[in-house]
Every structure is written in C-alpha cells, then in structure tokens.
Design a protein around this ligand. Structure first.
Ligand SMILES: *[C@@H]1O[C@H](CO)[C@@H](O)[C@H](O)[C@H]1NC(C)=O
Ligand SMILES: *[C@@H]1O[C@H](CO)[C@@H](O)[C@H](O)[C@H]1NC(C)=O
Ligand SMILES: *[C@@H]1O[C@H](CO)[C@@H](O)[C@H](O)[C@H]1NC(C)=O
Ligand SMILES: *[C@@H]1O[C@H](CO)[C@@H](O)[C@H](O)[C@H]1NC(C)=O
Ligand SMILES: *[C@@H]1O[C@H](CO)[C@@H](O)[C@H](O)[C@H]1NC(C)=O
Ligand SMILES: *[C@@H]1O[C@H](CO)[C@@H](O)[C@H](O)[C@H]1NC(C)=O
Ligand SMILES: *[C@@H]1O[C@H](CO)[C@@H](O)[C@H](O)[C@H]1NC(C)=O
Ligand SMILES: *[C@@H]1O[C@H](CO)[C@@H](O)[C@H](O)[C@H]1NC(C)=O
Ligand SMILES: *[C@@H]1O[C@H](CO)[C@@H](O)[C@H](O)[C@H]1NC(C)=O
Ligand SMILES: *[C@@H]1O[C@H](CO)[C@@H](O)[C@H](O)[C@H]1NC(C)=O
Ligand SMILES: *[C@@H]1O[C@H](CO)[C@@H](O)[C@H](O)[C@H]1NC(C)=O
Ligand SMILES: *[C@@H]1O[C@H](CO)[C@@H](O)[C@H](O)[C@H]1NC(C)=O
Length: 335
C-alpha cells in the first residue's frame, strides 16, 4: 500500500480563507500484491480551494484492473463506500458516502466538485484485479470476458451521406479487439479506419456494400468472446427503375402488363403515369384490350420515403398493327 503526503500549508486566494484538503489516499491492491508498476494517486490541483474542483488522478493502474472502489476515510468498509465502477459490467454504483459531487471516470480517476472544508480527510481507492494477474489468488473460476456489444453512433445511416463509428463495448484495458466483416478480418483501408486499440471502427461515407455483417471479438490470453453479428441497415436508392418486359411495339387487342423495379432500401413505392396523366400507384400496370390510343409514354416513378429521393424511367410504347381476316385451309388426306 502506498500513501500520499498531505499537502503543506497553502496561501490565501481571492480573499477566501481556505484550507487545503488533506488528500491522503491509501491504496489497497486486491488480489495483486506484487504489481509491476506502483499505482499512484495524484490530486490535481495538489491543494484545492473551497468551492473548487479536485481531480484524484489514478496513475499506473494494473492492466488487469476490473474494478475501482473509492471510500471516504482510511477504510474499505461498505458503509464508507463513495462510488465504484466495474469494468466488466460497465456500471457505476454509488455508495452510502456518496455526496452527489463526485464523478468517477472509467479509468478510476475521481472528480470532486465544489469541495468543502468537511471534505478534508483520507480517501481510499481499492482496485479489483482480474485473477489472471501475476501472483493472483483466485476465488472464483477463470475470468471470462463479457460478450461484447457493438454500438453504432447512427442507427439510420444513408448511403453517400453518413460516416459511422462502430464501437465494441465494453472497454476492457487488458483485452484486444478484433473486427470482421463478412467473416473476414478487417484491416485499415481508404474508407475504413480502426482506432489505436482497435475498439472503434470508423466507416467513411457508407454505401450499400457496407451492410456487413460485422463482428467484434474481445480476446485475452485465456478466452475470446463474441456475440451474433450485426448487420447495418443503410438506406439507399432508389436506383433508376427498370421497366419489364422490354418490348415497345405491341399489337392491339392484347393486354399490356408492365412491371417496374428499382433497388432501394427501404423498398421503393411505385406510381405510373401515361402521357403526363397519373395512373395507379402500383408496381405493376395492367391495361387490357389495347387500342392505338394506348400508345404513348409510360413513366414509372420510384420513391424512397427515407432517403426522400425520386427516380423515374420513361418507356414509349406504340400499339400498332391491324388484325386481318383469319385464313384457314382445309386439307384432305386420301385414304
Ligand atoms: C508508473 O510506473 C513506472 C514504472 O514503475 C514509473 O517509472 C512511473 O514513474 C510511474 N508513473 C506514475 C505517474 O506514477
Ligand atoms: C482519466 O479520465 C479523466 C476524464 O476523462 C481524465 O481527465 C484523466 O486525465 C484520466 N486519467 C488518466 C491518468 O489518464
Ligand atoms: C490506515 O489504517 C491502517 C490500519 O487500519 C494503518 O495501518 C495505516 O497506517 C493507516 N494509514 C494512514 C495513512 O493513516
Ligand atoms: C458550492 O457549494 C456551496 C455550499 O457549500 C453552494 O453555496 C454553491 O452554490 C455551490 N456551487 C456550485 C457551483 O455548485
Ligand atoms: C449488450 O446488449 C444486450 C442486449 O441488447 C444487453 O442486454 C447487454 O446489457 C449489453 N451489454 C453491454 C455490456 O452493454
Ligand atoms: C459518427 O461518427 C463518425 C466518425 O467519427 C462521424 O463522422 C459522424 O458524424 C458521427 N455521426 C453522428 C450521428 O454522430
Ligand atoms: C488491430 O487489428 C489489426 C488487424 O485487424 C492487427 O494487425 C493489429 O495488431 C491490431 N492492433 C491492436 C493494438 O490490437
Ligand atoms: C457495390 O459493389 C458492387 C460490386 O462490387 C459495385 O458494382 C457497386 O458499384 C458498389 N456500389 C456502391 C454504391 O459502391
Ligand atoms: C431499416 O431502416 C428503415 C428506416 O430507416 C426501416 O423502415 C426499416 O424497417 C429498417 N429495416 C430493418 C430490416 O430493420
Ligand atoms: C396481365 O395482367 C392480367 C391482369 O392482372 C392478367 O390476367 C394476365 O394474365 C396478365 N398477362 C400476362 C401476359 O402476364
Ligand atoms: C376490345 O376493344 C375493341 C375495340 O377497341 C372491341 O371491339 C372489343 O370487343 C374489345 N374486346 C374485349 C374483350 O373487351
Ligand atoms: C381509347 O379508346 C377507347 C375507345 O376506343 C376508350 O374506351 C378508352 O378510354 C381510350 N383510352 C384512352 C387512354 O384514351
């Protein structure tokens, strides 16, 4: 256990009579009695004035730390707990000694806001280490990594418009992160970038081809963990519609059945018009018993309600030809 020296007497500031907070912080390292680097706590500023903020910076915490527990006083009694953070569950819990002015950061550092004279005293940080650490005496089974979750900073990305940050949760200092797209390991590219610790994947200007699925895996020396892959729902399109069948010369008296298709997410809504007059709002257009006055331009409009884009395709159809009298011939076959 290491201790900080109390600050020496300090001057007056701004006419306010104040007293430095005695921030003697004692440390208990749990399960890891022989850390390679010594954990230290540095109060910033070293001597705080009343009604200012003090940050208790935690340096050199073990890579195997999985929890930070702060107590008021030289004690680790539950009743004196201020606040704690579990890296595994990513949960911050407040204890009986929480005053509402403390903020715990995920790196263990504790921010004290608007300190009062009564805050003067000892503060104790207890760290909980993963039992894999050197010299650890385990109580429970092996420390398994939690199943990671992927969070996206935009749940409705649009093609060509949005860049996305995919983050693998939770942040675990001793784990490594591995990303896969379509089961292939990702490496940095023109349009994607991994953060320094590989925890965040940034996709620049997404396209429909970036749909995925994406997987994030956390690994430590004894285990690996992952969850079901995530597929992105990237809105795009519609592309220019295609009208089928492609024929443009049709005989009178037959039926005209035209269908319109356009690649789009979510699926496009379709509508038709003929020579500038709106027809029905369906994907298929059906006109029975064609006559020459059905010749003209048929326009299919595809609309995507999310991207709010419209695309149209025009097809000119001519109904021509005239039925002639039917000719039949009777053939006799001699026995
Ligand atoms: C962290 O530990 C290293 C190695 O023990 C030491 O050299 C360094 O000064 C420490 N840093 C702090 C801020 O305590
Ligand atoms: C811990 O996090 C806080 C808030 O993000 C930051 O101000 C501080 O510098 C961090 N401490 C260390 C030792 O990195
Ligand atoms: C904290 O308390 C323990 C015994 O409970 C004592 O050995 C230690 O010296 C105390 N630390 C400080 C800084 O007073
Ligand atoms: C700081 O605390 C004092 C009482 O101790 C209160 O009067 C003041 O409004 C607080 N300031 C802020 C910024 O919360
Ligand atoms: C991951 O997501 C699941 C389901 O959405 C949720 O129950 C779980 O708490 C999340 N875990 C973390 C570490 O965010
Ligand atoms: C998501 O993150 C990317 C990359 O950092 C950024 O360009 C984009 O603006 C972010 N989107 C939102 C909605 O915050
Ligand atoms: C990040 O991932 C790449 C491969 O995707 C790997 O080569 C690299 O070593 C990883 N970096 C870290 C810090 O895990
Ligand atoms: C998607 O990939 C296909 C096939 O590689 C390519 O033809 C197409 O242009 C890509 N689309 C976009 C929007 O990048
Ligand atoms: C994709 O997102 C759109 C809205 O942005 C929504 O209408 C659609 O249902 C989503 N599709 C899936 C498969 O979640
Ligand atoms: C055209 O559509 C009509 C009505 O929907 C249908 O009865 C007919 O079989 C269709 N003809 C062809 C060639 O698809
Ligand atoms: C088709 O239209 C022609 C006139 O354009 C009419 O003589 C004929 O009876 C119609 N056939 C049917 C099946 O409606
Ligand atoms: C075409 O002419 C027929 C009568 O020959 C008529 O019933 C029909 O409404 C006309 N269609 C159009 C599109 O003008």
């Amino acid at each position: 256990a290491g201790t900080m020296q109390p600050p020496s007497a300090s001057p007056c500031r701004g006419g306010v009579s104040w007293q430095g907070i005695l921030l003697a912080v004692s440390l208990l390292t749990f399960w890891n009695p022989h850390p390679t680097a010594q954990l230290t706590i540095e109060p910033v500023p070293f001597d705080a004035a009343v009604e200012t903020d003090v940050l208790l910076l935690v340096h050199n915490a073990s890579q195997n730390t999985i929890g930070y527990y702060w107590f008021k006083g030289n004690t680790t009694e539950d009743s004196r707990e201020i606040i704690s953070y579990s890296i595994l569950t990513q949960k911050i819990n407040t204890g009986p000694a929480f005053s509402g002015r403390e903020t715990l950061y995920t790196n263990g550092s504790l921010l004290f806001m608007n300190v009062t004279k009564e805050d003067t005293g000892f503060y104790t940080l207890r760290t909980l280490n993963n039992e894999l650490s050197e010299g650890g005496r385990g109580r429970t089974g092996r420390q398994k990594l939690p199943k990671p979750n992927i969070t996206i900073n935009n749940s409705q990305p649009m093609e060509g418009e949005d860049s996305l940050a995919l983050t693998c949760e939770p942040e675990i200092s001793y784990a490594t992160y591995l990303w896969k797209i379509n089961s292939q390991t990702i490496t940095d590219g023109d349009r994607l970038k991994l953060s320094n610790n590989n925890r965040t994947l940034t996709l620049f200007s997404v396209t429909r081809n970036d749909t995925g699925p994406y997987e994030c895996e956390t690994q430590n020396p004894v285990s690996a963990s992952r969850r079901d892959p995530l597929t992105l729902n990237i809105s795009y399109g519609p592309d220019a519609p295609i009208i089928n069948p492609p024929d443009s010369h049709i005989r009178p008296g037959t039926n005209l059945n035209l269908s319109c298709h356009a690649d789009s997410n979510p699926p496009a809504q379709f509508s038709w018009s003929f020579n500038g007059r709106p027809l029905e709002s369906t994907q298929e257009l059906s006109i029975p018993n064609l006559s020459t006055n059905n010749s003209g331009s048929y326009v299919c409009v595809a609309h995507n309600s999310v991207t709010n884009l419209h695309r149209t395709t025009t097809k000119n159809i001519s109904i021509s030809g005239k039925w002639t009298r039917e000719h039949s011939i009777k053939c006799w076959v001699e026995p």
